[in-house]
Design a binder for this molecule. Structure first.
Ligand code: NAD
Length: 492
């Protein structure tokens, strides 16, 4: 592994995300040699704490994610961690951070490279970015890098996202900003490109002549849990569709990039999103459905979860139909759905091919059932893999066909070695590779699409609750696809 050099500054450095995901991911990069001796990590938050106590907390975070912490390796790793309390709204106090990171930069010979990770409430993103610049925390020099990593959510509609982006771009250029969408760090999402552009068999059929429809499902088994304060102000459309689903859809829909580089891939994703049809009021109302879960046994309905208002109209489920107005996809819809409190936890993409134009086995006396559609399924999680459904002859004396499956599942041993999304993404930030982050144009087109749905929904009081826990959502999600004489490939 190539050693990368940098001083990290984590805002929200005592937060849930930092302890649960970010520090363990850095440790994995350390064990693999991507980080060795030329790095330091500064955690900041309002809390008061000394370095020793912070390092204990880091050790605990490593232990909680299944690492041994009595090793020399773990001790050496945590010795690179420093803590500084800091209120991000106190502009004058940034000078303390500046002094600390400059000192650590010298001590660890990090060559002036800086990574600023904003892992806290998004209302602070703009202020922090501006103070980093005005208070002189960005390092200068021909060969140094300053990179800003931003957690989600990136705005709550196009206007607020634009405002945030304008604030960030006063201090950082687009190529210095890394907007996290952790779905893009998942192995099988990155595999979409390999599958498509590495296989003649796949890419030559990847269009509206051969594909009938594509289905993307991000299904969650749990309810809102402890996240109600955030979630009730967001809802499934903002929390899942605007970012993760739009990113997955754009990878499925884009044209072949000139080369496998962040610039080329982003350009194609943006082009795809530009040809996504933004719905008028009538089409938004027919092509999207929303849901909110009801009660079952001991499980309270959404409106009786902790911290949820009893009259909440927040959707915990979305299904929709997306249409691209371009030569490749015209006439081939993308159906998407996501929700909480559904039957199971999984993410998958089902690519449904057209049935053969002529079914020669369906002659008048034939008892053969009609040929099934070929379906290529990409299993993203919890198990990673592909499955291809084909028609084959049954092994009996007569002649009949049945659908069979070619399956490739990543085995348990290999999946254990698969890097966690945050490890991959932090590695990409260290390399300066923006492929698996959302660019501003992508974010803005996604918001414009989603805002239109929201606008229509806000005009009407929904009939909630409207789906049973552990189902696959409201009846309207079935009707949405049945109306087009199709059905969800994954069903109960
Ligand atoms: P958290 O509430 O656990 O942590 C917030 C951190 O910010 C704490 O360290 C807190 O001390 C600090 N903080 C708050 N106000 C401050 C101030 N004025 N000055 C300085 N520090 C202050 O939040 P989290 O769950 O770790 O989430 C962080 C970010 O990551 C959010 O943007 C969230 O949307 C995003 N995110 C979190 C998760 C997750 O699994 N937790 C997943 C995806 C995205």
């Amino acid at each position: 592994a190539t050693e990368r050099k940098a001083v990290f500054l984590f805002f929200g450095g005592t937060g849930d995300l930092a302890y649960r995901k970010l520090y363990p991911s850095l440790f994995n990069l350390y064990r693999k040699g991507n980080l060795r001796s030329h790095f330091a990590v500064v955690g900041t938050s309002r809390q008061k704490m000394d370095n020793e106590k912070f390092r204990e907390a880091i050790k605990k975070s490593l232990a909680d994610s299944g690492n041994r912490t009595d090793s020399k390796e773990a001790t050496d790793f945590v010795s690179h961690f420093y803590y500084q309390d800091h209120d991000v709204t106190d502009a004058a106090h940034y000078s303390v951070l500046k002094e600390l990171i400059e000192k650590l930069d010298k001590k660890y010979k990090a060559e002036g490279h800086r990574i600023f990770y904003l892992s806290m409430a998004p209302q602070f993103f703009g202020t922090i970015a501006q103070d980093l610049k005005t208070q002189g925390l960005l390092s200068e020099g021909p060969d140094v890098f300053n990179r800003l990593v931003i957690e989600k959510p990136f705005g709550r509609d196009y206007d607020s996202a634009k405002q945030l982006n304008d604030a960030l771009s006063q201090s950082f250029d687009e190529n210095q900003i890394f907007r996290i969408d952790h779905y893009l760090g998942k192995e099988m999402i990155q595999n979409i490109e390999a599958l498509r552009f590495g296989n003649t068999l796949v890419e030559s059929l990847w269009n509206n002549r051969y594909i009938d429809n594509i289905q993307v499902t991000l299904s969650e088994k749990l309810g809102v849990e402890e996240r109600a304060n955030y979630y009730d102000n967001s809802g499934a459309l903002r929390d899942m569709v605007q970012n993760h689903i739009m990113q997955i859809v754009s990878l499925l829909a884009m044209e072949q990039p000139v080369a496998f580089t962040d610039t080329d891939i982003r350009a194609e994703k943006v082009k795809a999103l530009r040809s996504l049809r933004v719905y008028n009021v009538a089409d938004a109302a027919t092509n999207f459905v929303r849901g909110q879960y009801g009660a079952i046994n001991d499980q309270a309905d959404y409106r009786h979860e902790d911290n949820v208002p009893h009259d909440s109209t927040t959707e915990t489920f979305v299904a929709g139909k997306l249409l691209f107005d371009n030569y490749r996809w015209s006439g081939t819809p993308f159906y998407i759905r996501t929700g909480k409190m559904l039957a199971d936890k999984f993410t998958r993409v089902d690519v449904v091919f057209k049935r053969p134009l002529v079914d020669i086995f369906a002659f008048p006396q034939s008892k053969n059932t009609p040929l099934a559609a070929n379906v290529l399924t990409i299993f993203v999680e919890p198990h990673a893999g592909f499955s291809l459904q084909l028609n084959a002859k049954t092994n009996d004396t007569g002649f009949s066909t049945e659908p069979i499956k070619l399956d490739y599942l990543v085995d348990a041993e290999k999946s254990k070695e698969t890097p966690e999304p945050y490890e991959r993404l932090l590695h990409d930030v260290l390399k300066g590779d923006g492929t698996n982050f959302s660019s501003w144009p992508e974010v803005s087109y996604a918001w414009k699409f989603v805002d239109q749905i929201r606008r229509v929904w806000d005009l009407q009081e929904p009939q909630f609750p409207n789906y049973t826990p552990h189902s696959m959502g409201p009846a309207a999600a079935e009707e949405l696809i049945q109306r087009d004489h199709r059905e969800w490939i994954y069903r109960l």
